[in-house]
Design a protein around this ligand. Structure first.
Ligand SMILES: C[S@@+](CC[C@H](N)C(=O)[O-])C[C@H]1O[C@@H](n2cnc3c(N)ncnc32)[C@H](O)[C@@H]1O
Length: 357
């Protein structure tokens, strides 16, 4: 306090900022409640039922009523559940159910809380990385990270990939319908690969990722979905096998790589003549001062401990971070020999960019 001059604090500004900071703290506590409600099936047990007492909900979900009642209190306090005081009952509105209970919804949020859960778990690694400047490989994080990221992005892929993003690329859907060869680089759990394979059954899809556990999970997800024309292999973005790809995709991974230019250059060599790169990156504007929003805050945080940390672990020749913006991404592809680069589509969470040689 000694360094703060008397009268320097504006009480109204202090109040406004404190309200903001306490709101954020409250949201952090609330995230634990969302995750618990999701894991125990409490939201699903409320969806579409109309008002329920805490006892009825506990019975439906097979949980202890006293815990459920307290949890419901937290949900009402946060605006996640409606409370009817006269009947002492609780209700999930259709909108709340769409976000909290429906796993097929493109805006299903609860699984995404696994990402900050993993970031808290690995806080010591982040602190050490800040002090030493060393990297933290993607595979060194707490296991909740991988399914959290996959679940977060799967929403958008389900909602838009086949119906909007691929059609926004020049001539790609026609090739996919006729039978194309596709690489999904940095595929992670392969939700994008599987969705594309389901949408275009005569094309073949090859998922590549450096994280063997994710590749194993992708194989299992594809098998469970009954998708036969998707194969997965552990490989780096600048080394995966094959040429003649009609489409090479990077979903939320180019900025994680230690040498994105080498990845783009490898794609240039692996593409068939007339082939296309689809680059899906976190939404960002080009200037830091324009990246001030809840979405940018979320991405910068993940970028600090996950994306930059992984890129540095891979040598960090170019550490783009998750808020690189279209201009810097275009520059990577221009240097790799691509002559066409454009924004094909965008959402509040993603930029969908097209590169062609
Ligand atoms: C944020 S995850 C995205 C995964 C997936 N594409 C998705 O959208 O859910 C980034 C992925 O890039 C992979 N990755 C990082 N560096 C890589 C590299 N040099 N070559 C191939 N994959 C890489 C990571 O293992 C991780 O699975």
């Amino acid at each position: 306090m000694d360094s703060i001059q008397p009268g320097a604090i504006d009480p109204a500004k202090l109040d406004a900022f404190l309200t903001r900071a306490v709101g954020d703290l409250s949201a952090g506590y609330g995230g634990v409640m969302v995750s618990i409600g999701n894991r125990l099936g409490l939201y699903k047990a409320m969806a579409g039922t109309g008002p329920l007492s805490s006892r009825e909900l506990a019975g439906r979900a097979g949980c202890a009523e006293r815990y459920v009642r307290e949890w419901l209190g937290s949900q009402v306090a946060g605006g996640y559940v409606v409370y009817h005081a006269i009947s002492d009952t609780y209700e999930l509105t259709p909108e709340q159910a769409f976000v909290l209970a429906n796993e097929d919804s493109p805006v299903f949020i609860p699984n995404a809380w696994a990402v900050p859960a993993s970031m808290w778990f690995d806080e010591d690694k982040a602190v050490e990385a800040f002090r030493t400047g060393k990297g933290v490989p993607w595979g060194d994080h707490n296991g909740r990270l991988y399914c959290g990221v996959a679940a977060f992005y799967r929403n958008a892929y389900r909602g838009s990939l086949v119906s909007e993003w691929l059609p926004a690329l020049d001539g790609v859907v026609d090739k996919l319908r006729a039978g194309a060869l596709v690489a999904d680089v940095g595929c992670g759990y392969g939700h994008s690969t599987v969705l594309m394979a389901q949408g275009f059954p005569v094309s073949h899809f090859c998922g590549f990722d450096t994280h063997p556990e994710s590749v194993a999970e992708a194989r299992q997800i594809a098998a469970e979905a009954g998708v036969a024309q998707a194969t997965f292999a552990t490989a780096r973005a600048d080394e995966y096998p094959g040429t003649g790809y009609d489409l090479i995709c990077f979903f939320d991974c180019l900025h994680d790589m230690g040498d994105p230019l080498a990845a783009a250059a490898h794609a240039a060599k692996a593409l068939a003549p007339g082939g296309t790169v689809m680059l899906v990156e976190p939404f960002a504007n080009d200037r830091a001062e324009d990246n001030v929003s809840p979405v940018a805050r979320l991405y910068y945080a993940a970028s600090t401990t996950l994306c930059c940390a992984h890129a540095i672990s891979e040598g960090g020749r170019m550490v783009l971070g998750a808020q690189a913006g279209e201009a810097r991404l275009a520059e990577v592809f221009r240097k790799a020999g691509f002559t066409h680069f454009r924004r094909a589509a965008e959402t509040p969470f993603n930029l969908i960019l097209e590169a062609r040689a």
